[in-house]
Ligand binder design. Structure first.
Ligand SMILES: *Cc1c(COP(=O)(O)O)cnc(C)c1O
Length: 230
């Protein structure tokens, strides 16, 4: 049952936040609904979810009109510059910005629609070859450049931690991301005051909350295993 799964995850979030001495309200649960049919999303919506995460532009576009308009759509997957135009008026936040070129394109289209697009910078904290994201040591420079763009607002950092059987192993990556955010904020860069950390998935969101996460992106623990058509 999706609604029961959501309740469980929400309770875990409360437990993890309280154990870390944090207010559970600081943590927003994003239901990652990629590959799932709109009926499943509607069920999650009826159980109170309003934040949904998708990793493909096409899936957001297809689902957008079939679901309630007060949903906040989070784009959490790699975004190609030529697809920005399809989602600029549909998404609440883009979590996966990792290049200046992409940020320029987002700002350009946001300007056309008269909006300021909130974004996060995706950081490859574990330096994994297979992963998107900017290197930790290049993050400050990228934040600095992007914050000059007119129609974009850098809200924080995001990471996809390595897959592991033991979630505790990822706590070092989460604390690295948090420290990076603190360090960049301390540089007093114009227009930069980041307070969002998007980190933690089904396997490790409680560890991430302990390290300061403000957005956890949970798919499998809410909707069950994904089946990919090949
Ligand atoms: C799929 C995905 C998630 C959710 O993963 P689960 O392990 O199913 O919770 C979170 N973040 C990103 C970027 C994803 O692509």
């Amino acid at each position: 049952m999706i609604s029961e799964n959501i309740k469980k995850v929400q309770n875990n979030i409360i437990d993890a936040a309280q154990a870390a001495g944090r207010d559970p309200k600081e943590v927003t649960l994003i239901a990652v609904s990629k590959t799932k049919p709109v009926e499943a999303l509607q069920e999650a919506y009826d159980a109170g979810m309003r934040d949904f995460g998708e990793n493909k532009v096409q899936e957001i576009v297809e689902k957008y009109d079939k679901l309630p308009q007060d949903i906040r759509w989070h784009l959490i997957g790699h975004l190609q510059t030529n697809k920005v135009k399809y989602i600029i008026d549909k998404v609440y936040m883009i979590h996966s910005v990792d290049s200046y070129k992409l940020a320029c394109e987002i700002s350009k289209h946001a300007q056309k629609h008269n909006v300021i697009m909130p974004i996060l910078i995706e950081v490859n904290v574990a330096n994994e070859e297979t992963k998107f994201g900017v290197k930790p040591e290049n993050t400050e420079e990228l934040v600095k450049m992007i914050s000059q763009l007119p129609a974009i607002s850098v809200k924080g950092l995001m990471t996809v931690a390595p897959f592991t059987e033991n979630p505790e192993e990822n706590s070092t990556y989460f604390s690295t991301l948090k420290q990076l955010l603190v360090d960049i904020n301390a540089k007093n860069i114009d227009n930069v005051n980041m307070d969002c950390l998007s980190m933690g998935m089904s396997g490790d969101y409680m560890v991430a909350i302990n390290e300061g996460s403000t957005y956890v992106r949970v798919g499998t623990s809410i909707f069950g295993q994904r089946q990919y058509m090949i």
